[in-house]
Every structure is written in C-alpha cells, then in structure tokens.
Ligand binder design. Sequence first.
Ligand code: MEV
Length: 313
Amino acid sequence: MKNATGESFAKIILLGEHAVVYGQPAIALPVKSIRLTASLTDGTDQSIHSSFYTGSLQAAAHTDFAGIADLIAALLKHFNAVDAGFTLTIKSALPPERGMGSSAACATAVVRAFYAAFEQPLSRAQLLAWTATSEHAIHGNPSGLDAATTSAYRPQWFVKGQAPVPIQFPKNGTLVIADTGIAGQTKIAVGAVAKHLADDPDQTTASIEAIGQATVFAAKALAEDDLLALGTQMDHAQLALQALGVSNAALDQLIQTAKAHGALGAKLTGSGQGGCMIALAQNARDAQTIRQALTQAGATATWQYDFSEERTH
Ligand code: MEV
C-alpha cells in the first residue's frame, strides 16, 4: 500500500432536499473552499485519527464512525489486504451534522485514498456505489445526492437512481451559507418526513411535489441568469419544507433575517431540524450585509459562495 490522499468537498443543496428521496429532482453544488482530506500512511496497526473518531479500526465498530469503519473494512477486503497496517488521518473543514454532507464527504475521500494507495483506477460509478453502502448504513434511506455532490467538481442536477448531470450556474449572484449551530441528523429528519407521509399522505405528497416543481423552475431560472426567479423558488421550497416539519425556530429566524436584509430568497439546506440555511444575494456586497446580519442574529458561522467561481473552473 502506497502513501496516498483522497479529497472531497462540502455540499450545499440549492433546492430539492427531502423531495429527492421520493424521486423529485434536486440541484446541489460542491463548495470547493470547504474541503475534507483523507491521508493514508504506512503503519504497523490499523489506526484512525480524526475529529470524528480516533482509535483502532476494530474498536470503531460501536461508535458513530461505524459506517465509515465498515466501509474501510470492505475496501481492505476488496484489495485483499485485510491485515495491512496503515494510519488514516482525516482532516475536515466541514462542520458535522450541519447539512453540508460531512459523512458523504468522509466516505468519498476515504474511498479515493484507498484506491490511490492500491494504485487502482476509480470510476465515478464505482465511487458512488461504495459511498452508497456507507451512506445507507449511516442514514437509512439516502437518495445518493450527498455523495454525488461531495465527490463532484461542478453543480449537479440530480435524480435518485440516475447519473448526476452537471448544471450551468449564472454569471452573477452569491450564496450566503449560515450555520444555526444546532446539530441536525439526516436519519432523524428523513424519518420524520416518512412519518408525515404515512400520517398525512395527501398534504405531504403535495409538499414533496411543490419542492420538485420549485426545483424545475429554479433550473430554468439558473439557465436564464434570472436571480429574482431563483430567489422566489427558494422561498417556495422553504414553505414546503416548513410544511414537512423539517425547519425549526433557529432556521426560520435566520431565514427571516436574511430576507429582511435584502436576500432574494432564503431556505434551509440539507436535512434541516438545525444545520445550515442559505440566502441568495444579488452580488458579493449585498452578501456581506446579509452575512453581518446573520452573525448578529446568532449564526455561529457563515460562508460565501460566488456563482462566478463556477465559471472559472
Ligand atoms: C440530506 O443532505 C439530503 C436529504 O434529501 C436526504 C437525502 O437526499 O438522502 C434530506
């Protein structure tokens, strides 16, 4: 096994979370300035160092790291190296449990590191198949969107069960991302929507379809560089996400603050019930104003993503 590194990025869902689990489309983007790296170096035993878990591979079985530990064990088996010694160091700038795809980013970087260490080519389809296994173990019923986006280099149009398609973003516009500081667990939030669907199928199906429709209209707005229309669709999606019960008071407050300070649209991003929200600003200057207001309103961290960044890559 060679020394090797794999990397991945934070993901932001622009539109379509939760509805994507039920077959509706989603639009999501990798944020390349917020990254995770997994580095493999020679070792006498099988040890892991990270902010999620530090210890032996074997002892990770009953921890929150179990899904990734199972993935590592499966990779070692795949490469006929179950007893190989290594040290795996994971460094992440992604806040965990904040809707930025931390677990999918971790799985993606780990798979890339092992394939590089064993000097094997890794296709995108193979990568997504590996990450689907660990995401199932961690989240129960994932759509695959998180893994598809944390491993991507461009914004993606995504439909469950289909290959993700790169999507063009406008020349202008800036997204502000703000963290409520409250952990939100994907498995619990996805389970809450499933319960809503069982309890009130008509209303829940209408909300899921409304999110799907907002995503379709948002794609049109992106293609036409129409930021106002994009903001409107983000607001529509947020109303439907509230109806699904996955927003909360902290998210709602940050969303209202962003809107009161000039955001063209604002919504939660990721699984919700905590985690992060996003706000669309006309330009980087407006984004600064919104960021400051969000910090004053209690956001524990903010980030900025200019759509123009995409056009240079
Ligand atoms: C979580 O980042 C996105 C959800 O739609 C779940 C999924 O797509 O697997 C809530």
